[in-house]
Ligand binder design. Structure first.
Ligand SMILES: *Cc1c(COP(=O)(O)O)cnc(C)c1O
Length: 396
């Protein structure tokens, strides 16, 4: 795999050189004032990106999966009921993690390709008059199927049922690339990681915590030590960490979050929408369709592409990797072999995306797919030519 080519997996994403360099630091005492100069701005920037004024930001040396675990073990007790939909590999894994912690998961089975079933959640919440459901889980962007979910809709369903359950949201592949409104949506815990929209290596679990979730942490009894929010926030108060933080990654986060804010969050989201739309034009030109069940569900960070009957989509990913040195995402779980995924989040331009589309075409042509070389590229070119983002990209 050539390190000169961009990757088109939905995380880890491409890293700008400036961010890589920011992660590469000489040893620094994490109990010194110098650490505060890195950590303070990183936390303040992440608050702006999650759009929370009242929430706390807790950052663990872990991956997104650690963030899932932190979300539940700080707020729930053994045997508690949580409401969750299974509609892709990531929502499924979070359910499995809850079950391994002894929670009772009320699973709403949902076809892969669909989003979080807001109406079914509303019914379950309305029926739960005894309030045995303690938390509601939502995967904002199901990375396995390229499907977005309506977090605001789930908040409305909770409010309509006048239900006190916590709203826990996996934003690992959406935060910093798609709009996320922690306070407006009444999200109690938002989970993300460093290696997707933040354009960093893996290694940070970034968790937004509402005052209500923090209050719940006082009475929740699931075992926790490494992931205890209270230890973390107590240490923050004295400018530090309860253990050794990943200082280089935090310095990278300070820079990447600042780069996102300097670009302007609305511009970041518009760039992701434009790039994603170009990819979808290419997919249509290939005579294929996204796996997402309807356009309103299309993710702006990853497209899972359904391949024609008789083909194994994983072959495309292998061919692109071995012959052209370019990484695409394979289908996971139920959609293994049925889809391949183009990740289009993080540090990416229209021009880089055209290279990915062209590579996918070469791999498919090599494998005998019924596509015309250049068809997807030219469909995306037509779209990008008329987009509004190119001048800004040229100036950047
Ligand atoms: C990548 C991802 C995760 C898992 O994060 P890790 O950092 O690999 O532990 C969880 N949820 C979603 C939606 C993801 O895309």
């Amino acid at each position: 795999m050539s390190d000169q080519n961009p990757v088109f997996i939905p995380g880890p994403t491409n890293m700008p050189d400036s961010i890589r360099k920011a992660c590469d630091m000489a040893t620094l005492d994490h109990r010194s004032a110098a650490f505060g100069e890195i950590f303070g701005p990183a936390v303040a920037n992440v608050k702006q990106i999650l759009k929370t004024r009242t929430g706390e930001i807790v950052i663990f040396p872990a991956s997104g999966t650690g963030g899932w675990e932190a979300a539940i073990c700080n707020t729930l007790s053994p045997g508690d009921t949580v409401l969750a939909a299974r509609h892709g590999m990531f929502s499924q894994r979070w359910i499995g993690l809850c079950q391994r912690h002894g929670l009772n998961v009320q699973v709403v089975e949902t076809p892969w390709g669909e989003g979080c079933p807001v109406a079914a959640y509303g019914e379950a919440l309305a029926a739960d008059t005894g309030h045995s459901i303690k938390a509601v889980l939502v995967t904002h962007n199901e990375t396995a199927t390229g499907v977005r979910s309506d977090v605001a809709g789930v908040r409305a369903a909770l409010d309509a049922a006048d239900h006190p359950a916590l709203l826990l949201v996996d934003g690992v592949s959406s935060v910093a690339s798609m709009d996320f409104r922690m306070d407006d949506w009444g999200v109690d815990i938002a989970v993300t990681g460093s290696q997707k929209g933040f354009m960093l290596p893996a290694g940070l679990a970034i968790v937004g915590v509402s005052p209500k979730a923090l209050a719940t942490a006082e009475s929740a009894t699931l075992p926790r030590a490494f992931f205890d929010f209270r230890d973390m926030l107590n240490s923050y108060a004295t400018g530090g960490y309860p253990y050794t933080p990943a200082v280089g990654l935090l310095n990278g986060l300070r820079l990447s979050s600042q780069m996102l804010l300097d670009e302007g969050l609305d511009n970041v989201f518009a760039r992701h929408t434009r790039i994603a739309t170009g990819v979808r034009h290419a997919v249509a030109a290939w005579g294929m369709t996204p796996y997402a069940a309807s356009p309103a569900l299309y993710s702006e960070t990853v497209t899972a592409i359904r391949v024609p009957e008789g083909f194994n989509a994983t072959d495309i990913v292998n061919r692109a990797a071995t012959t052209y040195g370019v990484a695409f995402g394979v289908g996971l779980g139920e959609v293994a072999g049925k889809v391949f995924r183009i990740g289009h989040l993080g540090s990416l331009t229209d021009v880089m995306t055209l290279a990915g589309i062209a590579t996918a075409e070469m791999a498919m042509a090599d494998l005998g797919y019924p596509i015309t070389l250049g068809s997807g590229v030219s469909a995306a070119q037509e779209f990008y030519r008329h987009g509004t983002g190119n001048a800004a990209q040229a100036a950047a």
